[in-house]
Write a protein that binds this ligand. Structure first.
Ligand code: 13P
Ligand code: SF4
Length: 304
């Protein structure tokens, strides 16, 4: 039997749901039940009936699923898959900044550790960052750890003051995109979409700035795209729209997203490893911050 078939059999036997981020290797996306952006994975994890969730992605994604589904078993097949962006922000930095800016609200990107979430007021993803910031009463917002996403939010919400925490927080995959690449792609007549983790000049030169889920939603807007994000996004988009063209930078690779293999996923389902556990003293406040985001999203949907 092929490994993909064994994975499906184990999944049924364990009553598990396989969630995969849009940057996961193609063969992982192919066996997953749900493929999506960070927000979609968090929401589906919270809504799922299955008692076991297997999160193919990086650690913060599995931790977010565990926070929203504390009674479920949450497994991460590649336990050492981290996110270098998330390492830029520590709880101590948040505590210090709160002293410096009394009355400011603290918004952290889900690309952060559970400890950092526990020190924040609310989380956001790239799909809802501006919406979350707008929903807060505070006029000053401490926002981390991605300074480029902070700059994007500042443009969307000019009535508030956004302070990036720390000012140098960035993702190495997205900051590698350059204005020259955009110019070349434009010269070819391609439409440009970039992730808000790209640098502000790249954002300004792009036709659209979107989360990976937003890229899926807008894929039909034109036939030929240049996609400024992790290269596996091209696999996802091509699978959904085989008639369209999605050009990617072959060097835009998130090494941590590539740590999950079919063998890891198989082992995870077979042996029930590696279980994500978050101590209560961190999980309780971190859950509050993630649930605040989910509630703010529901309110926004009800209003629409
Ligand atoms: P999305 O929330 O857009 O899926 O992005 C997650 C991420 O890690 C971007 O680098
Ligand atoms: Fe983190 Fe960047 Fe990888 Fe996304 S692409 S998981 S932000 S390192």
């Amino acid at each position: 039997m092929m490994i993909q078939e064994e994975i499906q059999e184990l999944k049924v036997a364990r009553k598990a749901l396989i969630l995969a981020h849009n940057y996961q290797p193609g063969e992982i996306q192919d066996v997953a039940d749900i493929v999506g952006d960070s927000l979609e994975l968090a929401v589906k994890a919270a809504e799922a009936d299955e008692p076991v969730l297997v999160v193919c992605g990086v650690r913060f994604m599995a931790e977010t699923a565990k926070l929203l589904s504390p009674k479920k078993t949450v497994l991460i097949p590649a336990p050492d898959a981290g996110c270098p962006l998330s390492d830029f922000l520590t709880p101590e930095m948040i505590h210090d900044a709160r002293q410096k800016y009394p009355g400011a609200a603290v918004v952290v990107y889900v690309n952060s550790s559970a400890e950092v979430k526990a020190a924040a007021d609310i989380t956001c993803t790239s799909a809802n960052a501006a919406e979350v910031v707008r929903s807060l009463a505070a006029e000053t917002i401490l926002f981390g750890p991605d300074a480029n996403l902070a700059s994007f939010v500042q443009k969307q919400v000019p009535e508030k003051r956004i302070i990036p925490l720390p000012p140098e927080g960035h993702c190495y995959v997205h900051t590698a995109f350059t204005e020259d690449q955009i110019r070349d792609a434009k010269a070819k007549g391609w439409r440009i979409v970039c992730h808000p983790e790209c640098r502000p000049p790249v954002q300004s030169a792009s036709d659209l700035i979107a989360s990976t889920g937003g890229m899926v939603q807008h894929a039909c807007d034109c036939d030929e795209w240049y996609i400024c994000t992790e290269r596996e996004m091209g696999y996802r988009l091509k699978k959904l729209h085989p008639d369209r063209h999605f050009h990617v930078n072959p060097d835009a690779i998130c090494k941590d997203m590539k740590k999950t293999t079919l063998e890891d996923l198989h082992r995870s389902l077979r042996d029930g490893i590696f279980e994500v556990e978050i101590p209560d003293e961190i999980a309780v406040p971190a859950r509050k911050a993630v649930e605040a985001m989910i509630t703010s999203r529901r309110r926004e949907h009800d209003r629409a």
